[in-house]
Design a protein around this ligand. Structure first.
Ligand code: CTP
Ligand SMILES: C[C@](O)(CO)[C@H](O)COP(=O)(O)O
Length: 242
């Protein structure tokens, strides 16, 4: 991708959650992996992409951890106040991104530190060439069951058309802001950016991404993310050696 012809990008990172499912002493985005917090790993990954200039982090109102990280000193980082739900935090970041005149908005969970620069690049390339927004995702690998109200198997679902939504997700900034604001007005449940785009009946590209781009959600995910990050580091070093 030609660095001089392509647009520059900013990424909204919702990081205002409390991580209830993690059952940890601090919000999961501030848990340490090796020598850095999950949030620092995520921001470092994003800024490794040559076209990503800015990361706009949505912080919780009572966040008491951010100032102890290296991020306040990072010139590429700005912060906004997050909201009650993830979508509110994302919207706050999008308004800041619109103020800074970025045509495209990329949104990536703070809790996904294992995302690869190559996957980010594929999403950007596919969306720019199609002039359409989209998201990283991967196809369901297991047999999927639909549960009954009594948590018994009701049916086996055709998994050939089922994909796990990941982040980053990328849309034109004004389209995404309008979609979220319209959805919120109608009390539509918006758990990711593409669901807001569905609400306004606009299409989204599904861009195949690695399934190791996990979202740290439950206690067992921290050890998995630690392994993935160290494994990715080793593979990169081996690439250099070859
Ligand atoms: N009001 C909120 C809720 C979530 N998030 C962020 O959205 C991302 C994905 O959300 P999730 O994994 O659900 O995080 P939490 O809401 O913190 O987790 P839980 O539901 O277990 O409390 C996380 O980086 C989280 O910090 C946010 O910015 N603002
Ligand atoms: C945005 C997301 O990570 C895509 O899978 C997911 O929807 C976040 O959901 P959560 O309930 O906020 O963890």
């Amino acid at each position: 991708m030609n660095k001089h012809r392509s647009p520059r990008f900013a990424v909204v990172v919702p990081a205002a959650g409390v991580g209830k499912r993690m059952k940890s002493a601090c919000p999961k985005q501030y848990l340490k992996i090796a020598d850095k917090t999950v949030l620092e790993h995520t921001v470092d990954r994003l800024l490794k992409h040559p076209l990503i200039d800015k990361v706009i982090i949505a912080l919780g109102q009572h966040d008491e951890y951010f100032n102890s990280t290296s991020l306040p000193q990072n010139k590429h980082v700005e912060t906004v106040l997050g909201g009650q739900e993830r979508v509110d935090s994302v919207l706050a970041g999008l308004h800041k991104l619109a103020e800074l005149n970025f045509e495209w908005a990329i949104v990536h969970d703070a809790a996904r530190p294992c995302v690869s620069v190559e996957d980010i690049n594929q999403l950007i390339k596919r969306c720019l060439s199609a002039k359409q927004g989209g998201l990283l995702a991967y196809q369901a690998k297991d047999t999927i069951k639909r549960a009954s109200s009594t948590q018994e198997v009701e049916s086996t679902v055709d998994r050939s058309v089922l994909w796990h939504a990941l982040t980053p997700q990328m849309y034109q900034t004004t389209l995404l802001i309008n979609a979220i604001e319209q959805g919120l007005k109608q009390n539509y449940v918006i758990t990711d950016e593409s669901s807001a785009i569905e609400f306004i009946e606009q299409p989204s590209l599904l861009v195949e991404g690695a399934s190791d781009n996990i979202k740290i959600t439950r206690p067992e995910d921290l050890a998995l993310a630690t392994f993935i990050l160290s494994n990715q580091q080793t593979m990169k070093q081996e690439e250099v050696c070859e």
